[in-house]
Design a protein around this ligand. Structure first.
Ligand code: NAD
Ligand code: UDX
Length: 438
């Protein structure tokens, strides 16, 4: 079967490469011509573990191709996946211009039956709306072509995207047409044969499952961050509280790690969009809004903790280890680390940073940011008056504290990812603080 992918970012490229690795013929399209030219030569613009190898294997097998031509992509197959970005606007509404453009481009090119599968995260009602948009363009063209719309939300996480795509907890297919559902079952036969549950529903339900999932996960994080803040005030250890709580099967152990607040390209935007959607439906989403508010305050709390540990920040050299929003990705979108850096700069601190993968992306996306990029963690810590561990990269899990103690000007270690045993770090003469730790 031939499959087309429109939008070749984190989700589009992982989807395309994984489907090609399962034997489908896949063509990926993107309007970013630079990205496509690089991909044709096996070069990726993003870092995702294992993805470069997977893409290059498929290129060699000749069943994965790249193009900037929407006409070529639409002609290539009867199944078109849309995986374009869906950012949130200031007023908490989804900026639908990319998905609308993709739908419009498809509508002006199709000449036979197509299944149009939306994998982007979109407000409930979008599938139906783009269906109407496509029908209108077809009517303007004066052609009678049938098509089906499917909502197939994606749950992969950056950093473990390939495994998440191949072994998801469930597959969601929202479609009103039986033949479209059958085609999706064929596409996901690899996963379904392994016993991975399939939920079939109408389009709106599938769209809502995505928002409900992300909001619940983000709520778990805001919950544990709030608990950890209370722990700090009453000598309780938040990690042990999270373990003791998470072992209750009704609660579950995952997503209970206290930290600097959730970031990334999905949680912050999706939760705001759901809040905006509820408001547009005249519903006041107080729970969802408090998840957002706790997260906003958590970042401020990190600054307060840093200030109280390091003293006034004016002209102080501060090290930030980690720029990406989490480990194993170069993505800095809504990174707590970046938010902290901006606040520290406001307070006139001198910032030295190091990240194993995200420094180039950070430089490119923030050309004016006055920070010193260093070649490794130890260079970044030279003469530092406060080290902030902001991202939980493996590389930062084995720091040589004996060496660090000699390099720094003042031994202050703020472990915002709770990587270290406080006693161990203190034994090297450092002032240590985690999030919610004794
Ligand atoms: P991204 O920004 O990495 O990639 C989107 C790509 O689409 C870009 O390369 C852009 O140039 C391209 N594009 C936009 N409009 C286009 C058009 N009309 N024609 C061709 N190309 C076009 O985005 P992403 O992180 O892959 O996310 C895509 C969608 O998937 C979003 O809705 C997101 O919420 C959702 N999602 C993301 C993740 C994740 O971990 N990143 C996980 C699950 C779901
Ligand atoms: C998320 C969803 O998990 C995924 O299902 C969806 O498809 C896309 O959005 P992602 O943003 O890649 O994935 O990363 P995730 O691992 O969920 O982490 C999101 C943020 O929450 C990160 O900033 C991370 O550091 C933070 N986090 C996560 C915590 O602070 N504590 C936790 O216990 C878990």
């Amino acid at each position: 079967m031939n499959i087309s992918i429109i939008g070749t970012g984190y989700v589009g490229l992982v989807t395309g490469a994984c489907l090609a690795s399962q034997g489908f013929n896949v063509m990926c399209c993107d309007m970013d011509t630079d990205k496509i030219e690089k991909l044709k030569n096996g070069l990726l613009s993003i870092y995702e573990p294992g993805l470069s190898e997977l893409v290059n294997n498929c290129l060699q097998r000749d069943n994965l191709s790249f193009t900037s031509s929407i006409a070529e992509t639409v002609a290539y197959s009867d199944v078109l996946f849309i995986t374009v970005n869906t950012p949130v606007l200031e007023d908490n509404t989804c900026d639908s211009k990319y998905i609308d453009a993709a739908a419009d481009e498809i509508a002006s090119q199709i000449d036979s039956y197509k299944v149009i599968v939306n994998k982007s995260t979109v407000p409930v009602g979008t599938g139906r709306r783009i269906g109407t948009l496509i029908s209108r363009v077809l009517a303007e063209r004066g052609v009678k072509i049938t098509f089906d719309i499917v909502s197939n939300p994606e749950f992969l996480r950056e950093g473990s995207a390939i495994n998440d795509f191949l072994n998801p907890d469930r597959i969601i297919v929202g479609a009103n047409s039986t033949s479209a559902r059958q085609i999706l079952r064929k596409i996901y036969s690899f996963q379904l044969e392994k016993g991975i549950p399939l939920i079939e529903s109408n389009i709106e339900t599938a769209e809502m499952i995505k928002y409900a999932s992300n909001t619940f996960l983000a709520a778990k994080i805001s919950f544990i961050n709030e608990i950890s803040n209370i722990c700090e005030l009453c000598s309780a250890d938040a990690l042990t509280v999270a373990r003791g709580t998470g072992l209750d099967k009704r609660i579950g152990a995952e997503f209970l790690e206290p930290g600097p607040g959730f970031g990334g390209s999905c949680f912050p935007k999706d939760i705001k969009t759901l809040s905006g959607l509820a408001a547009a439906l005249s519903y006041d989403p107080i729970f969802i809004n408090s998840v957002i508010e706790v997260n906003r305050r958590q970042k401020n709390r990190m600054i307060q903790k840093i200030e109280s540990a390091a003293g006034p920040l004016d002209n102080k050299t501060i090290t930030v280890l980690g720029l990406s929003f989490k480990a194993d990705t170069d993505d800095v979108r809504e990174s707590p680390s970046e938010a902290i850096i901006r606040e520290l700069l406001e307070k006139k601190a001198i910032i030295k940073v190091y990240d194993p993968k995200a420094m180039e992306v950070m430089k490119k996306q923030n050309p004016g940011l006055r920070i010193m990029y260093c070649d490794n963690a130890y260079d970044a810590c030279l003469d530092s008056e406060c080290i902030i561990l902001a991202t939980g990269w493996n590389e930062f899990k084995k720091l040589d504290f004996k060496k660090l103690a000699k390099l720094v000007k003042k031994p202050v270690f703020m472990d915002l990812r709770n990587i270290y045993d406080p006693l161990l770090v203190r034994s090297y003469g450092f002032y240590y603080e985690g999030v919610g730790r004794i």
